[in-house]
Ligand binder design. Structure first.
Ligand SMILES: Nc1ncnc2c1ncn2[C@@H]1O[C@H](COP(=O)(O)OP(=O)(O)OP(=O)(O)O)[C@@H](O)[C@H]1O
Ligand SMILES: [Mg+2]
Length: 215
C-alpha cells in the first residue's frame, strides 16, 4: 500500500495493489515435492549402480555361491556382526568388501586388520589404541585404535582364528558393549562399528579344542 498526500501533507488516499498468490504457493509446494522425489530417485539409482559394480567384480556360477550372494544382499541391510568362513582363496575378502559396498555404511571407512600378521602384544594396541605414555616404546602422543578409526564404518578382522584367547575376551566386550577402553585409560569410548570377521580355520573344532571362545 502506498499513501498519496495532498498539498497540506494530509493523506488523500492509499493505493493498494493486491494479487492472488494461491497459484504461486501451490507451484512452490509442488516444486519442493518434485525435488524431493527426484532426489529419492537419484539415491536409489546410485545405490543400484554401485550394487551393479560389486556384482561385476564378483564371479560365480554355482548355486551355492548364488545363495551366498543372496545372503550378502540380505546382510548388507543390517549392521550385525558377520563371520565369513571358508577355505583359503575362496574370496572371503571379496565378500567382506561386497558387504561394505552394498550396505548403508558404504560411505564410511572399511578398515582391514589381519589378526595373524601382527604379533600378539601389538595386536591389542592396534585394535584398542593407547593413551599417552602407557608403556615403554609407545608413541608419546598415544594412538587411536582400529575400532575407533573404523567408527561408523566396518572393521574387517581377517584371520580371526589367529586372535589370541586373551584378546577374544576383549573383543567380546566390544561387541556387547559397543565401546572400547584404550590401553592405559579407564574411560570407555563409545563406538559404532560393524565387525566383519573371516577365517579359513574351522572355528567349531577350535572351540572344541578350547583355542577359540564359543561366545
Ligand atoms: N568370486 C570371486 N570373483 C572374483 N574374484 C574372486 C572371487 N573369489 C576370489 N577372488 C579373487 O581371488 C583372490 C583370493 O580371494 P580372497 O583374498 O578374498 O580369498 P580369501 O578367502 O580371503 O583367502 P585366505 O583365506 O587365503 O585369506 C583375490 O584376488 C580375489 O579378488
Ligand atoms: Mg583373506
Amino acid at each position: 500500500g502506498n499513501p498519496i498526500f495532498d498539498e497540506k501533507g494530509k493523506i488523500e488516499r492509499i493505493i493498494i495493489a493486491s494479487r492472488d498468490i494461491t497459484e504461486t504457493t501451490k507451484l512452490k509446494t509442488e516444486l519442493r515435492e518434485i525435488k524431493k522425489i527426484t532426489n529419492q530417485y537419484k539415491q536409489e539409482l546410485d545405490t543400484f549402480k554401485s550394487k551393479n559394480k560389486v556384482f561385476e567384480k564378483l564371479i560365480y556360477c554355482s548355486s551355492k555361491m548364488e545363495r551366498v550372494v543372496e545372503q550378502i544382499n540380505k546382510i548388507s541391510n543390517f549392521s550385525s556382526t558377520v563371520l565369513i568362513s571358508g577355505e583359503s582363496g575362496v574370496g572371503k575378502e571379496v565378500i567382506a568388501q561386497a558387504i561394505h559396498q552394498l550396505g548403508s555404511r558404504s560411505n564410511q571407512p572399511f578398515l582391514k586388520l589381519n589378526c595373524g600378521a601382527i604379533p600378539e602384544n601389538l595386536l591389542e594396541s592396534e585394535l584398542f589404541g593407547y593413551t599417552q605414555g602407557s608403556f615403554t616404546g609407545a608413541d608419546k602422543n598415544g594412538k587411536v585404535g582400529y575400532f575407533k578409526k573404523a567408527d561408523q564404518g566396518i572393521l574387517f578382522l581377517d584371520e580371526i582364528g589367529e586372535m589370541p584367547l586373551s584378546l577374544q575376551v576383549k573383543l567380546l566386550r566390544v561387541l556387547q558393549e559397543q565401546e572400547v577402553i584404550p590401553i592405559g585409560s579407564t574411560t570407555p569410548i563409545p563406538i559404532n562399528v560393524q565387525i566383519v570377521a573371516a577365517t579359513n580355520k574351522r572355528l567349531e573344532k577350535m572351540v572344541e579344542e578350547g583355542t577359540f571362545r564359543e561366545d
